[in-house]
Design a protein around this ligand. Structure first.
Ligand code: FAD
Length: 412
């Protein structure tokens, strides 16, 4: 049996970030993942500005290595296409300069990005990483949790657990008692394509809110070498009630919609179409309890409008590590002490999640959405707000300023 101070289950973006922040604070930990890296994860592969911001806060050297990491595509903005096909291009930075500015967003296949994070973990002597180990037993004892793998041959004892094992976490369901609710959960599918025509010259990501797809949307995210991540997501309630086959809807749309038909005429699919769940942060949950904190998808923190979960997983991972340090210093891992984790997570991410939940509901009303998009093409403030949804980290500060709303109304 291995003994450690903090045991982290899952070495995805949330778990690795927690481990790196703990290491930076001089705290040893064990990270266990069922996969052997590099491993893939079904995702749109869009990395928002939050990713670099969080890594910069943990260790600027890690952020710098990510900037220099070649398998990623810099992205300079986002193109929204409304149900009526009005499109709006929003640059992440007005009048950006490709030579002198730093791109605010990236698209990077998860097989590469997650492996980058795992390599960072491997650099740190404070972290012991175990790959290919599936944890399925969690026993709460007087002095900590004893976690054991499926073979029964591997176990770790720690006073504190950080649960970062993704959307299908059994701990989230069975111990934290958070159940999947179709109204607060989305289903997504994605595939990789080569030779998609009509990509933006500066690699803007594309979100298509087409009428036949609502309340879902289709994305095309540019990757290096002319590849693209193409996918679709939709709230699970609608998928169930309308009995939608998302994989079929995606391929039918690409083959039959006149615009996509042309753009995908010479495109080749380069992967299977795969699906996975998105646990949405549209509802507040209890993210911690006696001797544990939930992080990332295991904590239901995916943005309900943008589908962004990676940046939020990094933010939560960092906060969990900071709270772990405080709990270790106090020798107190109780439910009441760890409630500070929930408070901090919702303080940082709550306002954005709430706003996104409202925008997600708006998507159900195509006329209103068209109108908003038309307004957005003319209204600088609204355009900025939408761009913040994707890439500005401190959106909540902006939303808290009354002057922002005045400028929004006056279109200044
Ligand atoms: C179709 C789709 C598109 C998406 N697009 C985007 C996007 O473009 N941008 C974005 O920011 N987010 C996107 N997301 C969300 C994003 O993928 C997740 O929010 C993100 O992966 C969360 O990271 P995580 O570390 O919490 O979990 P994960 O990345 O799921 O990592 C969990 C880890 O835990 C391990 N694990 C699981 N069970 C066990 C176990 N029992 N024992 C040990 N290890 C275990 C897994 O092997 C895995 O490595 C998308 C999601 C989907 C489904």
């Amino acid at each position: 049996m291995i003994e450690t101070k903090v045991c982290i289950i899952g070495a995805g973006p949330g778990g690795t970030t927690a481990a790196l922040q703990l290491a930076q604070l001089g705290i040893e930990c064990v990270v266990v993942d069922k996969a052997v890296f590099p491993r893939d994860k079904v995702c749109g592969d869009g990395l928002s500005g939050k990713v670099l911001t969080a890594l910069e806060q943990i260790d600027p050297a890690v952020a710098q290595r990510l900037r220099e990491f070649t398998p990623k595509q810099d992205s300079w903005g986002v193109t929204f296409v409304a149900p009526g096909r009005t499109s709006m291009e929003v640059a992440y930075k007005p009048n950006y300069n490709l030579q002198t500015d730093e791109p605010a967003g990236f698209v990077c296949k998860r097989i590469h990005f997650d492996n980058f994070m795992v390599d960072e973990v491997k650099r740190r002597p404070e972290i012991q990483l175990f790959e290919g180990v599936t944890i399925d037993k969690y026993v709460l004892q007087d002095d900590g949790y004893l976690v054991t793998d499926t073979t029964g041959n591997f176990s770790v004892k720690a006073p504190l657990l950080i649960i970062a094992n993704g959307a299908h976490s059994s701990f989230t369901k069975d111990v934290a008692n958070i159940r999947m609710e179709p109204a607060y959960y989305a289903a997504g599918v994605r595939a990789y394509y080569k030779n998609v025509k009509g990509m933006h010259a500066d690699s803007f990501i594309e979100l298509h809110f087409l009428k036949p797809l609502l309340p879902g949307y289709l994305w095309i995210f540019p990757l290096p070498n002319g590849d693209a991540n193409v996918g679709m997501d939709m709230i699970s309630e609608a998928v169930r009630s309308k009995k939608i086959n998302l994989k079929k809807l995606l391929t039918d749309t690409l083959e039959q919609d006149p615009v996509f038909k042309e753009r995908f005429r010479e495109a080749e699919i380069d992967s299977p179409i795969e699906g996975y769940g998105l646990p949405l942060g549209s509802k507040k949950r209890k993210l911690s309890g006696n001797r544990y904190m939930l992080v990332g998808d295991a904590a239901y923190l995916v943005d309900p409008f943008t589908g962004e979960g990676i940046g939020n997983a990094l933010y939560a991972g960092r906060i969990a590590a900071q709270q772990a340090a405080a709990a270790l210093a106090a020798g107190d891992f109780s439910e009441s002490r760890l409630a500070a984790y929930d408070e901090r997570v919702y303080q940082v991410l709550g306002p954005e999640l709430q706003l996104s939940h409202r925008l997600q509901k708006l998507v159900k009303y195509p006329r209103l959405f068209n109108l908003l998009m038309k307004m957005g093409t003319r209204n600088k403030q609204l355009k900025e707000l939408i761009s913040c949804m994707f890439y500005e980290v401190d959106l909540r500060k902006k939303l808290a300023k009354p002057s922002f709303y005045v400028r929004l109304l006056l279109n200044k």
